[in-house]
Design a protein. Structure first.
Length: 411
């Protein structure tokens, strides 16, 4: 979406968020799609050891930020995001800003995901939660970057992190978008009451996630940053609904790869129709948007299903070790692939089992373990702690070549 531009013309027509979900005559096929998302996502998580899934999920959090900000027109690379997380930035102002945006996304998602996954009562659709999400994102940016941003650069309009917008807005510079600011507070209350994930059960939670994504982007509650917050929100909604909690597939990647249609579907669903004296959103348009949104989820689950095919990932580890065993500098022992495959598949192994897996003496096994730990291919909290898989940046194109294409990696 284009950046917000203030427009103080008063809203003229009474609006409504209804329907909150597609009605009885429309919801059946969407329930099937929602159930498929739930079951296939769970099956995907079940194919990967939890410790391995956690490591991979951390990397995919970088992918979430990369693609979410790419949708907004800000492009960087995974190495630059990693540098930004260490507070190391490019000298070029635009590149630095893109780094800051991605790092803010990663850190904010990680912070709020931890809260969402707790069992305590939490309505992620409340304005309090959304306000904290927005504020947390912008508080991680430099003060000079907390202003509305346009293709021409920063404006002099402060974002006011966490605060409801106090102006009417337009995303195309011509037509009004969303409700007038004077009625926004009541709309946010309506959103909070009717999209709380805890109100829904089973597959309907996924339909509510899709529908709430559109309604939140239409509400446009903040002066700026609404698209980014909406995508963060939808990831958190999924996790609150018990889906994709390990972050093994990226909704933002799917939306970015279909950016033109994503924007078209949002815009099309924005068109309300008059019913009973007020404007309401059309049933068919909401059905179309939910179908598109759940289809994006299934597309990304399918992509990761293929990518994480167990026979394929083991073959890729073998391929990487074989290539490295022939290197002139710091070659890896060919037997290393046995240990890497075992740790990837099991999640963790005790150090003492390395010799058994490698079928060699403990002394020789320790040498191989030390080389793999030094390179980050294995990680361990101490010399006695179990070994877990490591995914340093340089192995990602080998282990997951379709996920981390050269432009994302920065090669």
């Amino acid at each position: 979406m284009k950046e917000d531009k203030p427009d103080n013309k008063p809203a003229k027509t009474l609006l409504s968020l209804r329907p909150y979900l597609p009605g009885r005559d429309y919801i059946g096929p969407l329930k099937d799609l929602g159930q498929e998302v739930v079951s296939r996502s769970a099956a995907l998580e079940g194919r990967v050891a939890r410790a391995t899934a956690d490591v991979l999920g951390q990397h995919l959090r970088l992918i979430n930020s990369y693609y979410s900000n790419l949708i907004e027109g800000h492009k960087t690379t995974i190495p630059d995001i990693q540098m930004a997380l260490q507070k190391k930035f490019q000298d070029d102002p635009e590149k630095k800003y893109a780094q800051q945006l991605c790092a803010a996304h990663v850190e904010t998602e990680k912070e709020f995901m931890a809260a969402v996954q707790k069992k305590q009562p939490l309505n992620i659709c409340s304005f309090q939660f959304l306000s904290e999400l927005h504020r947390a994102f912008y508080d991680r940016l430099a003060k000079e970057h907390r202003f509305s941003h346009t293709p021409e650069g920063f404006s002099d309009i402060p974002v006011n992190p966490g605060m409801l917008r106090d102006v009417n807005v337009s995303v195309d510079g011509r037509t009004a978008h969303g409700p007038g600011f004077d009625s926004l507070s009541s709309f946010m209350k309506e959103f909070e009451e009717n999209y709380n994930p805890d109100r829904f059960h089973g597959d309907e939670r996924l339909i509510a996630m899709a529908a709430s994504h559109h309604r939140l982007t239409w509400l446009h509650p903040f002066r700026d940053g609404n698209g980014r917050v909406a995508r963060l929100f939808s990831n958190l909604f999924l996790a609150r609904a018990g889906t994709n909690q390990s972050n093994l597939w990226s909704l933002s990647r799917g939306l970015s790869r279909q950016k033109q249609r994503y924007m078209m579907e949002l815009w099309a669903t924005d068109s309300p129709e008059e019913k009973r004296g007020c404007l309401q959103f059309g049933q068919e348009l909401l059905v179309d948007f939910c179908e598109f949104f759940l289809g994006v989820c299934l597309d990304q689950i399918g992509f990761m299903e293929n990518l994480l095919g167990l026979d394929q990932i083991e073959a890729r580890i073998d391929w990487y070790v074989d290539m490295r065993s022939k290197a002139s500098e710091n070659p890896l022992r060919p037997e290393s692939s046995k240990l890497l495959r075992a740790v990837f598949m099991r999640g963790q192994i005790a150090r003492g089992r390395a010799g058994e897996i490698l079928n060699m003496s403990q002394r020789n096994a320790r040498r191989i373990v030390a080389a793999l730990v030094d390179e980050g291919l294995l990680v361990s909290e101490s010399h006695r702690a179990p070994l877990a898989i490591g995914l340093p940046l340089h192995v990602l194109p080998y282990y997951f070549p379709d996920l981390y294409d050269p432009s994302v990696i920065g090669y």
